[in-house]
Design a binder for this molecule. Sequence first.
Ligand code: GTP
Length: 185
Amino acid sequence: MAPQKHRKICVMGSRAVGKSTITMQFVESHCPDSYHPTIENTYQKIIRHQGQEYSVEIIDTAGQDEYSILQKQYSIGIHGYILVYSVTSVSSLEVIKVLNDKILSSLGAETIPRVLVGNKSDLDNERNISRDQGTQLANEWECAFVECSGKNNENVEEVFKQILNEVNKGLTGPDPPQKEGCILM
Ligand SMILES: Nc1nc2c(ncn2[C@@H]2O[C@H](COP(=O)(O)OP(=O)(O)OP(=O)(O)O)[C@@H](O)[C@H]2O)c(=O)[nH]1
């Protein structure tokens, strides 16, 4: 069997869009009992995807706004980003656009593995961002797009499958060996 691959994924977006809910649904198959703003939580899950075993490390970050500074630990050693907005909140999508720019500029890259996620798809009556708007933005960014409901556990697994696919697309050839030790900056 092919050796296990490690993937470090960062979940980002503005406050209360459902980052923790999506992450906990995926890792622990339940959602938080009540809303507690996150400072930072790291989760680990072993999954099989397309015949390969992955050890997925997921960093659930604190809610960001347009003015938040992108912390170094969210730009170094991250394989891919799950960028979450709420389909009910136009401002949460605006934050994602700013965040996307910050990530790309901090990495000095034109592209990086990302999945754009429109969460709270169950709140159809409160929807302010159409599926088409999300699809269009993801096409522009050349990244994957998923709408999901963390609360109802709809399409949550798809978010994580898509980020693994996006990371794999960006990695040609075998993964570099994983070394212990420090990184010189
Ligand atoms: N209706 C609905 N509510 C959701 C969904 N996902 C999360 N929520 C609710 O939205 C609120 C915020 O959810 P969290 O998962 O804590 O959001 P977060 O983005 O991690 O929040 P911060 O830690 O403040 O950044 C909670 O009350 C959740 O129950 C969803 O898919 N549908």
